[in-house]
Design a protein around this ligand. Structure first.
Ligand SMILES: C[S@@+](CC[C@H](N)C(=O)[O-])C[C@H]1O[C@@H](n2cnc3c(N)ncnc32)[C@H](O)[C@@H]1O
Length: 203
């Protein structure tokens, strides 16, 4: 399963989807194959022009230039996809909108611990997670639903409710190698790295 297929797997046919930062609108294309309408938006006019050119006529995809959720109206979407951008961009997008979503599906490029924790400020909590391997890279998909929850330090750093145990184990091995290398190559003490390794070694 690649990244886009993973996002798709968490979308029900009745969901009203907006994919913010859609780039080539690959998710919208996949949804259109089962005749599901969606909004695919991006802040870049060039990106949307290119997607329009590449996709051609497709009555199921509403391509839109929008910085975050600026050009999305109340009632147009109940499921938000934020993929391929950083945690701080995602949080900024949420901080600038009053729109509410029953489900937010994220694939952040970084700081998953901050994303899990800060989503509480917007009244969203982790529902489930999936580790995805795509083109030799590992991605952490997180599905948030409405509500808040308290997390342990381990849950914030390593995630929770992983639905694919084998992929989670692979992720842990990947993190172990990554953070051991960081530790070896740096003389400075890094508390976060130490904590991640401590939690991994206690598994
Ligand atoms: C790396 S692409 C990810 C494309 C696709 N979502 C994926 O996961 O394959 C990131 C896209 O997010 C868009 N983007 C970044 N910040 C944005 C914002 N604040 N609002 C809308 N789009 C944004 C960029 O223009 C770019 O097209």
């Amino acid at each position: 399963m690649n990244r886009i297929e993973a996002l798709y797997s968490f979308i029900d046919e009745c969901d009203k989807v907006v994919d913010v930062g859609c780039d080539q609108a690959k998710l919208g294309l996949m949804l259109s194959k089962r005749k599901q309408k969606s909004i695919a938006s991006d802040r870049s006019e060039n990106v949307i022009d290119r997607a329009r050119h590449d996709i051609g006529r497709n009555q199921y995809i509403d391509l839109r230039v929008s910085d975050g959720l600026e050009n999305i109206q109340e009632g147009e979407a109940d499921t938000l996809v934020l993929a391929g951008m950083g945690t701080h961009t995602m949080l900024e997008i949420l901080s600038k909108t009053n729109l509410r979503f029953k489900k937010i599906i994220t694939i952040s490029n970084n700081y998953h611990d901050i994303l899990r924790e800060k989503m509480n400020d917007f009244n969203y909590k982790v529902d489930k997670e999936l580790i995805v391997e795509d083109a030799d890279k590992i991605y952490n998909l997180i599905v948030f639903t409405e509500g808040t929850r308290e997390y342990t330090e381990k849950e914030l750093l390593l995630g929770l409710n992983h639905i694919d145990e084998d992929m989670y184990k692979k992720y842990i091995e990947f993190l172990k190698e990554k953070y051991n290398n960081i530790k070896k190559s740096s003389q400075d003490k890094n508390e976060k790295v130490d904590k991640i390794l401590e939690h991994i070694n206690s598994l």
